[in-house]
Write a protein that binds this ligand. Structure first.
Ligand code: RI2
Length: 354
């Protein structure tokens, strides 16, 4: 298995190796990152993605800068700030770089201390995701008991699995834990246009783990909820504000609206470093990334000869808009599943986690 369920690792020369997620599920490529600008580019071009893994690659990127600039704190800091600006929405990126900058500031052995801190941050994520898995699965079990059902249908959007945060993901962590507990679980996988992280990455992860799943076009969830075919919606998050509003992949908000209208529990799973305690109001204050319109115009897939090919799917002269994220208001969220337990989406409860 690629990366043994980690999306990134250091190789024997101290370079960072990452699974190049742009090629999955058709091809398996590992990309080697040797410099801070390699790390920055890998975040921007979405070689790596997912809030947690973006944070980890950023942290290792600062270590790569420390190595490249032989401990020159001024140059390392400039490189770290470039990485910090690589993508605007996922707050784990800023959180990780700020921690690294603290290390840079106070260290007498910057290269080795940066390396140790990046490893520590990544290892901490493993523990966080495992706790999220256990807490989330307890919720699944209690819904199953209440509804007296033997099979659990869960809907997820985008990819918040081990490719997104090591090593069992945020939203997918309870699904992996449910499988371990022998729960009969089935996952509705939103394809997640335009980059198809659901159809390409979540489906790949679930297939690899032997978990039952069905890929659905993004607009299918409402119908399935009306028909009683969804017991819970769970997604990851890129940034959650102090008031409980949650930024996640574009389309999440519409799923939350449909869930509310159909009394389906809607949970967001996130490690505590995905909270932005300085952001009072998510809907008005979280910056939404806008990406190149070519991601909407073009799709990549296997042609009939079995080769990966990119095709244009829109009229040549049409314009497209490509907003990467939306913000789900706290009032639509049933609960925030964190490594410290289930947190109510409001300022009072979130403020206690600071
Ligand atoms: P974790 C993704 O964005 C999605 O919004 C997804 O829910 C999130 O990152 C997962 O991150 P993108 O980076 O919460 O694919 O699992 O644009 O860390």
């Amino acid at each position: 298995m690629l990366g043994q369920y980690r999306a990134l690792w250091l190789n024997h020369t101290g370079d960072l190796e990452v699974i190049d997620q742009r090629y999955l599920p058709f091809e398996k490529h590992v990309r080697v990152l040797k410099t801070a600008s390699d790390a920055c580019e890998a975040i921007q071009d979405m070689t790596v993605r997912g809030a947690g893994v973006i944070g980890n690659v950023a942290a290792f990127g600062v270590y790569l800068a420390a190595r490249e600039f032989a401990g020159d704190k001024q140059k390392i800091t400039q490189a770290a700030l470039n990485i910090r600006g690589a993508r605007p929405t996922a707050v784990n990126l800023m959180w990780a770089v700020d921690k690294m900058l603290e290390v840079v500031k106070h260290s007498d052995d910057v290269v080795s201390d940066c390396k140790a801190e990046a490893i520590r941050q990544t290892d901490e994520d493993v523990k966080r995701t495992q706790a999220i898995g256990i807490i989330g699965t307890d919720i699944i079990e209690s819904i199953m008991t209440d509804k007296k059902i033997n099979q659990f249908n869960i809907l997820t959007h985008c990819n918040a699995g081990w490719l997104a945060i090591v090593d069992s993901g945020s939203a997918l962590a309870p699904i992996y834990e449910a499988q371990k507990r022998g729960i009969d679980i089935h996952v509705w996988v939103d394809e997640t246009r335009p980059r198809n992280q659901g159809a390409r990455l979540t489906a790949w992860e679930l297939q690899d783990a032997g978990i039952k799943h069905t890929i659905i076009p993004d607009n299918t969830g409402g119908l399935l909820m009306q028909q009683g075919k969804v017991d819970m919606v769970i997604t990851g998050a890129d940034r959650v504000a102090l008031n409980g509003d949650a930024a996640n992949k574009i389309g999440t908000y519409l799923k939350a609206l449909a869930a509310k209208d159909n009394d389906v529990p809607f949970y967001i799973a996130l490690p505590i470093n995905t909270f932005d305690f300085a952001c009072e109001n998510g809907v008005s204050d979280i910056e939404i990334e806008q990406r190149d319109q070519d991601e909407v115009h073009n799709m990549q897939g296997l042609n009939t000869a079995g080769d990966v090919e990119q095709v244009r799917i829109t009229p040549l002269d049409s314009q497209a808009a490509n907003y990467g994220f939306d913000v789900t208001p706290a009032r639509l969220i049933t609960g925030l599943i964190t490594e410290k337990g289930v947190v109510e989406p409001n300022k009072k409860a979130i403020g206690k986690l600071k």
